[in-house]
Design a protein around this ligand. Structure first.
Ligand code: APR
Length: 311
């Protein structure tokens, strides 16, 4: 059987942490790439992770590089290259710089891995997935963005803490863009199969929704020198696992929606079936008039952001 290969572009906080988790799950061989200006850093991190393998017992090759040849024929490429937020910055403030970075990364990735699924993490997420899709020329189902899994993970962790129950039993769905106007759906949130509104007062749910919307900024304000990386990396690796192991998981991801939800050709957060083909299906759930209004507002924000991109 052919060994799977995961390349991770950007060997910074998110990239290196994703490499760690991908290796510990033995998803396949991992290649960590960064820019030539910091030659040695991706190689050093990869070597360090490889040297932990005998202790942790994961059996995969982990290499670092500042060129793209070692990434050739990747099954999944996780793009984390770009600037991270500092306190006071919104994700949108990263737009210009990260558009350039993600464009150049995508060009180099697709040259050597024409059949990969591209998994985008760089922010502002919904715009960066759009850039990756446009520049790659790949079919939309092979380009997907990581946002909903992370936002949902934050939301689930807050609910579990509040109810003092296991995070394992919280299932949730969150839609829309990866911004302050993301759309958590308490109706579609359950605790061991019990709908959340049965167990938690509306005000408490609203407070948790607010904290979730602000979840990225909460970490930025605590760290002061950068943005979150453990949960973002774990979320990206969960998606990579769904693709590499063809698990057909149902996860909220930034996927290309045309007629779906009436989006009209943009990448936004929706529940999808994720398997070896990438986004194999978009699941359309019923939204109430109020939920649809919030979703449309979130999609409009994504559209406004994309209008400012010059490729
Ligand atoms: N090619 C490859 N790597 C690049 C490029 C490029 N053109 N430009 C920058 N990088 C690398 C940087 O050298 C750095 O090592 O991307 C890495 C980013 O790492 P960090 O600064 O630690 O940022 P991180 O926290 O990992 O966030 C990366 O993910 O969650 C998003 O908003 C976040 O856009 C940000 C991205």
């Amino acid at each position: 059987m052919k060994r799977s290969k995961i390349s991770i572009i950007g060997a910074g906080n998110v990239g290196a942490t994703a490499a760690h988790w991908a290796a510990s799950k033995e998803l396949g061989d991992v290649v960590l790439v960064d820019i030539p200006q910091i030659d040695g850093v991706p190689q050093g991190k990869a070597l360090d992770l490889a040297e932990a393998a005998p202790v942790e017992g994961y059996d995969c090759r982990i290499t670092g590089a500042t060129t793209y040849e070692p990434t050739a024929d990747s099954d999944v490429v996780i793009i984390t290259a770009g600037l991270a937020r500092k306190p006071g910055m919104s994700r949108d403030d990263l737009l210009l710089k990260n558009t350039e970075i993600v464009r150049s990364v995508t060009e180099q990735v697709v040259r050597v891995s024409p059949n990969a699924v591209l998994l985008v993490v760089s922010n502002p997420l919904d715009a960066m997935v759009y850039v990756t899709h446009k520049v790659s020329g790949f079919p939309a189902k092979r380009v997907v963005g990581m946002a909903g899994v992370l936002d949902t993970a934050r939301y689930r962790s807050f609910i579990a803490a509040e109810l003092n129950v296991s995070v394992e039993d919280i299932q949730a769905l969150l839609m829309g863009g990866h911004g302050d106007d993301m759309v958590p759906l308490p109706r579609y949130t359950s605790v061991g199969g019990i709908p959340l509104p049965e167990l938690m007062a509306t005000e408490k749910i609203e407070a948790i929704v607010k904290r979730t919307r602000n979840g990225g900024a909460e970490i930025v304000n605590l760290l002061k020198t950068g943005s979150a990386y453990y949960a973002p990396a774990a979320s990206a690796v969960q998606m990579a696992e769904a693709i590499i192991r063809d698990k057909k998981r149902v996860l909220p991801c930034a996927a290309y929606c045309d007629r779906e939800y009436g989006v009209g050709g943009y990448f936004v957060g929706v529940p999808v079936k994720l398997g070896s083909g990438g986004v194999e299906n978009i699941l359309e759930v019923h939204l109430t008039a109020e939920e649809k209004k919030l979703f449309d507002a979130s999609v409009n924000h994504v559209k406004d952001l994309i209008k400012t991109i010059r490729l």
